[in-house]
Design a protein around this ligand. Structure first.
Ligand SMILES: [Fe+2]
Length: 387
């Protein structure tokens, strides 16, 4: 067993202000990476910039991170950071800005490398470590503030299809690039933030849907980590505590009765979920969710959550499922499924997309590795439940 959790985490109210010295200690000029709106609305961005100014550390802002950030966004943010001479990165917001911040910090440390480096397996010495990064989460979902993952949207060629050209054009074969598909994929490098400043106060502006979608992302992390090939006694310390914590907020989440205590629980469960998947990775619901997000625009947590009931029902060790559900205070897979259905409402995935999604997953052994049992197409098809 191995446990490696190198991020220093402060989880308290006003922690950006309280730990401004540690934030400023990461370098001499910060690139602050965030989205367009929410970090301004919830006060996180002004807390970060004020903390930096208090410590006389200059900063420059990149606020162009979209939901499900693209490789292109990362490259543009890197150009801004390099031109301004930044030597550390602060990601402020939900999973998108934090994931982007980690990738930007890596690319800034490797200014001569092109974007292909992000998805190339690093050989020893070929890639310099990312610049120091701090993360300030403003949603309770992804846990990115403590994970080494950075998931970006990229164009991939599922297959290079060679087409034979007509004789009159000289013959031969050519690979056509029009088969590129947009997908979400974790970069090939692990980048732990040096510092995570976790303050539940930033959750107060979340909408019902935003709060539910991100909370279900956390739930998916906890379940997928707990029932995982890589799960160990160490990782289950995080996932068990996270599941018990999530259980304490589940009924109020359904009614959206979210006050300060619920925000505290959601934030704690989120960070615990991040620590759990750091050690195990996620499993089938996450793997199946990415095309649903990319092609239907369904938010990440919701896209993973719709597969949780089917995942539990199809899981090869039903005793382990019952133990997991009891941590969440559910008596059966059925009551859990009814709860998720009530919480998320109706989500219909078109048959054509669903079949493509399943086939893509089956053809990628890397994505099946975290599921401890044999899988076939028929079993996977059952993970979509019609409701
Ligand atoms: Fe997730």
């Amino acid at each position: 067993m191995e446990l490696y959790m190198p991020t220093r985490i402060y989880n308290e109210k006003n922690c950006v202000k309280n730990h401004s010295q540690e934030l400023a200690g990461l370098g001499s000029r910060a690139l602050v990476v965030t989205g367009r709106r929410s970090s301004r609305m919830n006060g996180a961005l002004s807390d970060v910039t004020e903390a930096l100014e208090r410590e006389h550390v200059s900063w420059t802002l990149w606020d162009g991170v979209e939901e499900n950030p693209s490789v292109d966004t990362v490259m543009r943010a890197r150009a801004k950071g390099l031109s301004e001479g930044a030597d550390f990165v602060v990601g402020v917001g939900g999973g998108s800005p934090m994931d982007a911040a980690k990738a930007v910090a890596l690319m800034m440390a490797n200014p001569k490398q092109g974007e292909e480096m992000l998805y190339r397996k690093p050989s020893p010495g070929s890639v310099k470590p990312a610049l120091p990064t701090a993360c300030v989460p403003t949603t309770a979902g992804t846990g990115s503030e403590v994970t080494p993952y950075a998931i970006l949207t990229r164009d991939v060629l599922p297959d290079i299809v060679l087409t034979t050209l007509p004789e009159e054009t000289g013959g031969g074969q050519k690979a056509f690039p029009h088969l590129a598909q947009r997908t979400k994929q974790s970069i090939s490098h692990r980048i732990f933030p040096s510092l995570a400043l976790v303050d539940l106060s930033y959750l107060h502006t979340a909408s019902r849907q935003g709060c539910v979608d991100t909370a279900v992302d956390t739930l998916a992390h906890l379940i997928e980590s707990h029932l995982n090939t890589n799960s160990t006694d160490y990782s289950r310390i995080y996932s068990e505590t996270g599941l018990r914590t999530w259980a304490r907020v589940r009924d109020r989440l359904l009614r959206f009765e979210i006050g300060e205590e619920e925000r505290r629980l959601l934030m704690n469960a989120c960070t615990l979920g991040g620590m759990a998947i750091t050690h195990t990775g996620t499993s089938l619901p996450h793997a199946l969710s990415y095309p649903v997000t990319c092609e239907m625009g369904i938010p990440h947590g919701r896209a993973a959550g719709i597969f949780l009931p089917g995942f539990l029902q199809a899981y090869g060790d039903q005793e382990a499922v019952m133990r997991t559900l009891s941590l969440l205070e559910f008596g059966s897979s059925q009551t859990f499924g009814e709860y998720i259905q009530k919480l998320l409402g109706e989500v219909k995935i078109p048959d054509e997309l669903w079949e493509r999604d399943v086939d893509a997953l089956l053809s990628n052994p890397g994505k099946l590795r975290n599921y401890p049992f044999q899988l076939d197409r028929e079993k996977l098809m059952r993970l979509r439940q019609d409701w």
